[in-house]
Design a protein around this ligand. Structure first.
Ligand code: PMP
Length: 373
């Protein structure tokens, strides 16, 4: 009889870059007011629940078969949605979808990053980006955003020229700051990326795109001009479907075809496809809700400033606010009062997601108590 293998941590051939690394994720605490991960506070309506349930029942009848590997119907539905939301026409072949925009960006990195290549972004930004790079053995470089969290086009150009990345990730609106990029800045990045020897793909991550303020453009409008641009979106935020795990992307057909090479076969389950399509049928009512969240967000920024806090301008469904000498203490004080926010961003700042009016009121009351303003 052979001895049982020794599975203690030191004996497993863990990749060196993973040694001592904790799994990513905000604390999932059981608290009355959850304002820490930028979810949509509104659960699906009874109508959406009924429609999704019926669609899932229908899909279940075919679960002995693998799903449509190319999810043609969902791609057509997503293109139709973008046309209504942004007035930009996309063909189904220019659409891609995956299990959350996290997986979308992993596909991008699998196709265009890799050993010997570099991915680049501008900090402070979404903290998962370096994890996509690590997971695909891509070198990771960050430039910087200005004090007010905008991106200086000259700095962006110089950083890209210096590092010659094969992937640039730009979150707009940015997490955790809420800052949207003007079209001119995105164009500056795209034009510089076009000159990188060997090529460079630019992903504009519009996970919070639907929450942008009036007059803020979407990078979707630039897609026809730039074959190396990909615009990523998600159903997790505006659609209130974080639990369903549906992200998507629009890009040139050539870029999408590259993603088809790296995806696992049947990566999008028949159930996921059915849920997404059913929710998309309810886009108009869900978008009305986005309108009220935007108004709540603007009112929250005003309230914070009126009460002597600093609040970053936001085009997203959250607000970065501060500045606190001891932000951990403020975070704990809010938690003690049943309100969970997120410690993120540069030192001194906290991030709060826009909740229902009742949740926002609870947050304000708790903050006044904790900060004494
Ligand atoms: N991009 C940004 C900027 C985000 O903040 C998030 C979620 N917090 C994601 C992508 C990923 O979202 P999902 O995988 O749920 O689509």
């Amino acid at each position: 009889m052979t001895a049982a293998p020794d599975l203690s941590p030191g004996t497993l051939p863990l990749r060196p870059e993973l040694v001592g690394i904790e799994p990513y994720g905000a604390p999932q605490l059981d608290v009355p007011v959850l304002l820490n991960v930028n979810e949509n506070p509104y659960a699906p309506s009874d109508q959406v629940v009924a429609d999704v349930a019926a669609a899932v029942a229908d899909a279940t009848r075919g679960l002995n078969r693998y799903p449509d590997r190319d999810f043609a119907a969902l791609r057509a539905d997503l293109a139709a949605y973008l046309e209504v939301e942004s007035g930009v026409h996309r063909e189904p072949e220019q659409m891609w979808a995956a299990n959350g925009s996290n997986e979308i960006m992993l596909h991008v990195m699998q196709a265009f990053g890799g050993p010997g290549r570099t991915a680049l972004s501008f900090a402070p930004t979404y903290s998962m980006y370096p994890e996509y790079a690590r997971g695909t053995s891509t070198a990771w470089v960050t430039g910087r955003r200005a004090e007010d969290f905008t991106l200086d086009p000259d700095h962006a150009r110089a950083t890209i020229a210096a590092h010659a990345p094969s992937v640039v990730l730009l979150a707009s609106p940015n997490n955790p700051t809420g800052t949207a990029l003007p079209a001119g800045t995105v164009r500056a990045v795209l034009d510089t990326a076009a000159e990188v020897p060997g090529g460079c793909v630019v992903v504009v991550d519009e996970a919070y795109g639907e929450f942008r303020r009036e007059g803020t453009p979407s990078a979707l409008e630039l897609l026809d001009d730039y074959p190396h641009l990909a615009v990523s979106r998600t159903m997790s935020k505006a659609f209130g479907l974080a639990g369903a795990r549906v992200g998507y992307l629009s890009a040139s057909r050539a870029l999408v075809d590259a993603l088809r090479v790296v995806r696992l076969p049947y990566h999008l389950s028949a159930v996921t496809q059915a849920v997404a399509r059913a929710a998309l049928r309810h886009a108009p009512e869900l978008m009305a809700q986005v309108g009220s969240l935007r108004a709540e967000r603007d009112a929250l920024v005003t309230w914070l400033r009126d009460h002597g806090f600093t609040a970053a301008d936001s085009d997203a469904n959250f607000v970065l606010f501060g500045l606190f000498d001891d932000r951990e203490a403020v975070w704990q004080g809010l938690l003690d009062r049943g309100v969970l926010v997120r410690v993120t961003g540069p030192e001194g700042w906290l991030r709060v997601s826009v909740g229902t009016p009742e949740e926002t009121a609870a947050f304000k009351d708790a903050l006044v108590e904790v900060a004494g303003r």
